[in-house]
Structure formats: structure tokens, C-alpha cells
Ligand binder design. Sequence first.
Ligand code: KIV
Length: 283
Amino acid sequence: MNSDTGSTPATPPTPATLSKPVRISDLLSWKAEGTKWAMLTAYDYSTAQAMSQADIPVLLVGDSAANVIYGYKTTTEVSLDEMIPLARGVVRGAGKALVVADLPFGTYEASDEQAVLSAARMMRESGAHAVKIEGGVRIAPRIRALVDAGIPVMAHIGFTPQSVHSLSGFKVQGRAGGADALRADARAVAEAGAFAVVLEMVPADLAAEVTRDLPIPTIGIGAGRETDAQVLVWQDMVELPAGGFAPKFVRRFGAIGAALTDAARDYRDAVASGDFPGEEHAY
Ligand code: KIV
């Protein structure tokens, strides 16, 4: 029930919603209506097509590509040169979805000018519709500079993987004494002009409070049930690879890793036995 209007919330984004391109204004309307929505990561044309066919309204070309595409240990190792071709593929496969691309570590922190040049390059060379950068109060001036340059910005606070070393590892943020800092980060990014904010690994009650207080949509990952939207890394959601580690906040919605390994094994055996290719595959 929508507490403001007393009405049942609008149905979640449906194929009808995605019959037109998803705009930032839609995300703001969904917040006002209490319509929850799902964001997924995507890193290539084919998976972007699959996500778009599932009416996922926002696709994130996350710098988690560092881990799941390039096999690096942390997201600090991926470059803009590596991210742009991924985003270009996603934009081509995204259909009506809004595509947000991460600016990687080291491409926006030094100055407003560096941030604007990196974001403009990402958008110009990939066609992405918006960028995401990590950080709260400390990065708010960069958000303002990007917005002033006409670049839509999604913010990312709480646990920020690009700061994994300075945060001393993967830890829930905003507990106890950290709660006020998280509230300040949330206010700062909204006031700087971000159109949405990712809350990563934040206690559920704090994420709910921030969601109520902010005028912009919150997108949770390990931030409980009350955020306006949720995001997952798609490989985590479908257990690729089979047996791969998943944080506590992930639910498995499929088992693509096992299915892919089984298919690859069947193919290997069919080739070895001479069963594939068959007569029907010959020209
Ligand atoms: O890079 C990424 O995939 C992200 C999401 C987990 C929010 O930033």
C-alpha cells in the first residue's frame, strides 16, 4: 500500500513500461509511486539482450567486470580502456533499458576536470546514458561537476569496492558510529545532483531510513528490503561458475554455471565419440 495515496502501488515495470526507453524521470516516478524495480549488471551484447527481454529497466556496466570478466582480484585493477568496449556492447543489446556505466578507480578522483573528461569519454565512446561513481561527502564535488556538465550520475555509498583497501576489506558500513557518516554521504550525493544512489552492505534499518529521507531512488545490494530498487551482479544471481562464492545478500535465481559446464561436457563427449557433428549439420 502506498502510504501517501492509500492506493495499491503500481505494478512493477512491465513490457508495457519498456515499450519506450526508460528515462531517469521514470525512476523518480517509480519512487513516488512506491514501484520497486530491479537493476542487473551486464557486460556484453548477448547478456544485455537477455536482460532487456526480461524487462530489466536499468543495466549497470559495473566495474565488477574486473572480477567476473577479467578475473582481477579487486575492482581497483580495471581501466577505462577495458570498461568502454564492454559498455559499448551492452548499449547495443540493451533495448529500451537505461544503461549506466561505472567509472573505474583512478579516473575521477583527482579533479573535476578528470571526472568530466572520463565520463564524457565513456558516454561518447560507448553510448552509455549515465555514469556511476563511488563515494559520498568526499566525492560530492565531482558529482556536482558532472551534473553541471550535463552528465547524469548514479552515486554509490556504503561499502564501496574501489576503496576495499582503505576500508580494510569487505565490511558492512554504517553500523553504530558509522551511521551518521552514511546519512551525511546520502544527503551529500543527493544534494550534489545524483539521480539515484546505490547503498551497498548497509544495515537494513539505516537503508530504510535513508530511502524514506532521500528524494532520489535508493538501489540496495546487501541493504535489506526497503530500498526503492535492488541490484545484483548477474553471475552471482545464477551461480556462474558453479560452486562460486556468493555473499550473504545474494539469492540464486538460476544455475547457469552448472548448466554451462554440463553442456560443455556433453559437447566435448559428442565430439570425442564422433556423435557431433551429425549428417544433419553437414552442407
Ligand atoms: O560494479 C558493480 O557491479 C556494482 C554493483 C554491485 C552495484 O557497483
